[in-house]
Design a protein around this ligand. Structure first.
Ligand SMILES: [Zn+2]
Length: 291
């Protein structure tokens, strides 16, 4: 499933092809996308193409009697947005919608058909209460407040789309590894230094992945039908049993809420869950000892 870096990649690649173009026609081919109301979309200028959370947003300018709005595509599991220049044959299969502009068209393909198309008046309407991890508004302090307000395992929390938008299994594991935080640590038990490391790792990992145009597993392809290259840089995800790039210990896979988590038990030890039996006999984990 595409996560934030993959969606950012698609938006960045579509932007030069679409910005400043006028939307000429919106064809909904898949009845499952209905009731999508395309009235009033034709003739609008696409002023920008940007990622909004995990969705690709086409920012439409105002027109007679209509305010600016965002045409947002959620790719979900297998959705793709491909720009096809005029005169070039586009994909024939799994097409769900076609947006024609001057000079070409954007084809929304989606074999599993979970993707969505919607219109929104603002980014806030799309994001809801969630914060974008790359938004400047997400300071280390704000992250600390969000974490402290919850009492969940931090890996589980990172996947909550109503808190931080756009993270999935791959980047959540990578970010926690980079921050040296156990996936089992409780959000409200992270100290200030750990929160700062998490804040730094969030941005560093996501930005690095964006520079690589995302990670490709089975289905992700960008707007040019190409695949991302970040999978070569993954340090723990999908590497169960391989040596940890930091300490040489074996990468472990565990399941948290039916989702795989990859981490290194040696250099990101768990705060209690996997206490070593010898330690317990010798008086327990010192971090858990009562004063
Ligand atoms: Zn390690």
């Amino acid at each position: 499933m595409p996560e934030l870096p993959e969606v950012e990649t698609v938006a960045r690649q579509l932007a030069p092809a679409l910005t400043g173009r006028v939307l000429r026609e919106v064809r909904i081919l898949d009845p499952r996308l209905r009731p999508f109301d395309s009235r009033g979309l034709c003739g609008r200028t696409i002023e920008a193409v940007r990622r909004v959370g995990k969705q690709v947003g086409l920012y439409l300018g105002p027109s007679a009697g209509r305010r600016p709005e965002i045409l947002a595509v959620h790719l979900r599991m297998t959705g793709r947005l491909l720009f096809v220049p005029a005169g070039v044959r586009g994909p024939a299969r799994h097409r769900r919608a076609v947006l024609r502009v001057d000079g070409g068209r954007v084809v929304f393909c989606d074999p599993r058909r979970f993707g969505t198309l919607r219109r929104a008046a603002s980014e806030r309407e799309i994001l809801g209460p969630a914060v974008d991890p790359l938004d400047r508004a997400l300071t280390s302090r704000r992250l600390a407040a969000l974490l402290a307000a919850s009492h969940q395992q931090v890996k589980v929390w990172l996947l909550r789309q109503d808190r931080l938008v756009g993270l999935g299994n791959i980047y959540a594991s990578e970010i926690l590894f980079e921050a040296r935080i156990s996936p089992f640590a409780r959000t409200d038990a992270l100290d200030a230094a750990a929160v700062r490391r998490l804040h730094r790792a969030l941005r560093a990992v996501l930005r690095r992945a964006i520079r690589c145009c995302g990670t490709t597993f089975s289905d992700f392809q960008d707007a040019h039908g190409m695949t991302g290259s970040y999978q070569a840089l993954l340090r723990v995800y999908g590497r169960e049993g391989e040596p940890c790039p930091r300490c040489g210990g074996a990468i472990a896979r565990v399941v948290q809420q039916q989702r795989s988590t990859f981490y290194c038990p040696a250099c990101t030890p768990d705060p209690g869950r996997h206490r070593h039996p010898d330690k317990r006999r010798a008086g327990g984990d010192p971090r858990l000892r009562k004063p």
